[in-house]
Design a protein around this ligand. Structure first.
Ligand code: SPD
Length: 291
């Protein structure tokens, strides 16, 4: 039993976030990154890659609800889903709650993350043995380049654009993602923090808007990522997260964070971001305006 602190230095180096830990449960350097799991005193188990928090048991539901349910409730009948990354399993867990989903390919580059999650994070990895899920230990970039299957939804559940996730933030990757989506396909990607990475968010939206007819950014807040407010990019060949959303489909679900109102609310990004990304964002139908 130790009472030490796990520290993450926020981008720029001017802020440190600290979690009090009671045990260092897992530590291994893979060919891709340092992977650690701590028992914390207030946040449950904490997964870190290269000393950056990926998820804590206390608040992982926020990220995983929002990266999953927004695109899966936009698509009217998502059957085949591709997850790039997502090694802790939280995204797969939420995707597999959708009854229409018949098959999920999840492509995680780092087997150490999968093994660590399987052993220490049952809360997120609980669907790893689901027969609808096929786990591939492979490079997501190669996977989409060679993919022959077409997916209704692709979710890029990556770490930050340093280390193994770097190629997941460039245009060649997204060209291949575009090609492996159906004609009404959607891709949602982990898109960092507008407070720390707005140049990166802008680049990402610029890339997506070159390839997809519709490009949006939506936000969520959590406890564990510096700055609190983070984003997901949403790019789509046809479907609109407002016009094609049917709130009736969410009835009877027991969500922890997502709900039908947030399908609209999450896209209401602050004014400074609307200005900053204006050239790349597709206008959404206005809500709250009297006709
Ligand atoms: N700065 C941390 C960003 C991490 C995003 N990915 C989290 C993975 C959860 N499945």
């Amino acid at each position: 039993m130790s009472n030490e602190w796990f520290e993450e230095i926020a981008p720029g180096g001017d802020l440190i976030m600290k979690w009090k830990t009671s045990k260092h449960l897992f530590s291994k350097k893979s060919p891709f990154q340092q992977v650690d799991i701590y028992e914390t005193t207030g946040y449950g188990k904490l997964l870190a890659h290269d000393h950056v928090v990926m998820a804590t048991e206390k608040d992982e539901f926020i990220y995983h609800d929002m990266i999953t349910h927004v695109p899966l409730f936009t698509h009217p009948n998502p059957k085949n889903v591709l997850i790039i990354g997502g090694g802790d399993g939280g995204t797969a867990r939420e995707v597999l709650r959708h009854k229409s989903v018949q098959h999920v390919d999840m492509v995680e580059i780092d087997p150490v993350v999968l093994d660590a999650a399987r052993e220490w994070l049952p809360q997120t990895s609980c669907e790893f043995n689901n027969p609808k899920l096929k786990l591939h230990v492979a490079d997501g970039v190669d996977f989409v380049k060679k993919a022959t299957m077409k997916y209704d939804v692709c979710i890029v559940d990556s770490s930050d654009p340093i280390g193994p996730a770097t190629p997941l933030f460039n245009i060649d990757f997204y060209r291949d993602v575009f090609n492996c989506l159906t004609d009404d396909g959607i891709v949602v990607s982990q898109c960092e923090s507008p407070y720390y990475h707005n140049e990166m968010q802008k680049t990402m939206l610029g890339i997506l808007s070159q390839l997809f007819p519709k490009t949006h950014l939506y936000g969520y807040t959590n406890l564990s990522y510096p700055g609190g407010y983070w984003g997901f990019s949403f790019a789509s060949k046809k479907l609109c997260p407002f016009a094609d959303f049917d709130a009736k489909r969410t009835e009877g679900w027991d969500f922890q964070y997502y709900h039908a109102g947030l399908q609209f609310g999450a896209f209401q990004i602050p004014s400074f971001l609307k200005k900053l990304y204006a050239e790349y964002l597709t206008p959404l139908p206005q809500i709250g305006v009297k006709k």
